[in-house]
Design a protein around this ligand. Structure first.
Ligand SMILES: [Zn+2]
Length: 250
C-alpha cells in the first residue's frame, strides 16, 4: 500500500489479537487512505466488538473515521462494565460454551445455547432477531455484520469465562430462578404438583420448590451440589445480586 502513514497503539487487553510487533508502543501503519478506522482495526485482527474508545490525537472518533497521514491512533479495549442499550441484557452462546451457558443460567442470567452446531449464519441471525449478545471465542463469528452485539470470551476455562462475562456486562444476578438445562423460567411448585416427575427416593427426601415452565424439569431443596453452590456463593460475594436459599437442581 502506498497511502498515509499513521502511528497506532493497541491497548494491552487487545494484544492477543494482533501481531507481536504491534504489542509495544505506537507502531507505524500505512493505510490505503480510504478505509475507515473500523476497517483498519479489524484488519489488524481485532474484532470490533472488543474495541472500546478509538482516539485520534487524543480525541475520540467514530469507527467511520478515515485516518489521515501522521495521526496518532489509540485503540482501547471495550469498557467494563459495558452498556448494551436498546434491549434487555441477554446472551446467546456458541456451541463451544455450554458450561458457561449453564453457569450463567444458574445465576439467573438469560443465556440461550444450542448444544448442536447450528452454524454461524443461524447464530448471527438469532442474535439479531432476539437482540442477544453473542458470546464466542470465534473471531470470525464476531465479525459477522448481522450480529445484534457480540463479545469475545477471553479464556477457555469456565471459571474465568464466567468472571469475564460478569465483569464485562454486570448482569443482574438471581440464582436458582432459571432452568440450567433449557434457560426457561422456574416457577414455584409443590411436591404434590410434580409427584409424577419424581423418583421415589427424591420424593421421600426432599421438598420440591420449583419446576421449569418450559421443560418441566423439577428442582428441589436438599443436599445441594456443593460445586454449584460454590459458583453461586462466589458470584454473589463478588458481583452482588439477590441471594436465595441453597437449592439443588434435579
Ligand atoms: Zn427447563
Amino acid at each position: 500500500m502506498n497511502g498515509p502513514e499513521i502511528h497506532l497503539s493497541v491497548a494491552p487487553e487487545l494484544h492477543l489479537f494482533v501481531a507481536a510487533a504491534r504489542r509495544g508502543g505506537p507502531t507505524p501503519l500505512t493505510t490505503d487512505g480510504a478505509s475507515t478506522l473500523g476497517h483498519v482495526v479489524e484488519s489488524l485482527g481485532i474484532p470490533l466488538t472488543e474495541a472500546g474508545r478509538l482516539l485520534v490525537d487524543g480525541r475520540e472518533v467514530p469507527v467511520s473515521h478515515v485516518p489521515g497521514a501522521g495521526e496518532r491512533v489509540e485503540v482501547h479495549a471495550a469498557r467494563r462494565p459495558q452498556e448494551v442499550p436498546g434491549a434487555p441484557l441477554r446472551f446467546l452462546l456458541d456451541v463451544h460454551l455450554g458450561t458457561l451457558a449453564r453457569r450463567l443460567r444458574l445465576l439467573g442470567v438469560d443465556a440461550a445455547y444450542f448444544s448442536e452446531d447450528v452454524g454461524d449464519p443461524a447464530l448471527a441471525a438469532y442474535s439479531a432477531r432476539d437482540r442477544r449478545v453473542l458470546l464466542s471465542r470465534d473471531r470470525g463469528l464476531l465479525r459477522r455484520r448481522e450480529l445484534w452485539a457480540g463479545a469475545y470470551v477471553y479464556s477457555d476455562r469456565p471459571k474465568e469465562q464466567l468472571d469475564d462475562v460478569l465483569t464485562r456486562f454486570a448482569p443482574a444476578l438471581a440464582p436458582w430462578t432459571r432452568c440450567v438445562a433449557c434457560n426457561g423460567d422456574l416457577a414455584d411448585a409443590t411436591k404434590e404438583s410434580v409427584r409424577g416427575f419424581l423418583e421415589d427416593g427424591t420424593e421421600r427426601s426432599y421438598d420440591v420448590f420449583a419446576q421449569c415452565t418450559a421443560c418441566e424439569r423439577v428442582y428441589w431443596n436438599g443436599a445441594h451440589h456443593s460445586s454449584l453452590q460454590t459458583i453461586v456463593d462466589d458470584a454473589l460475594r463478588t458481583y452482588g445480586g439477590g441471594a436465595r436459599p441453597q437449592q439443588q437442581a434435579s
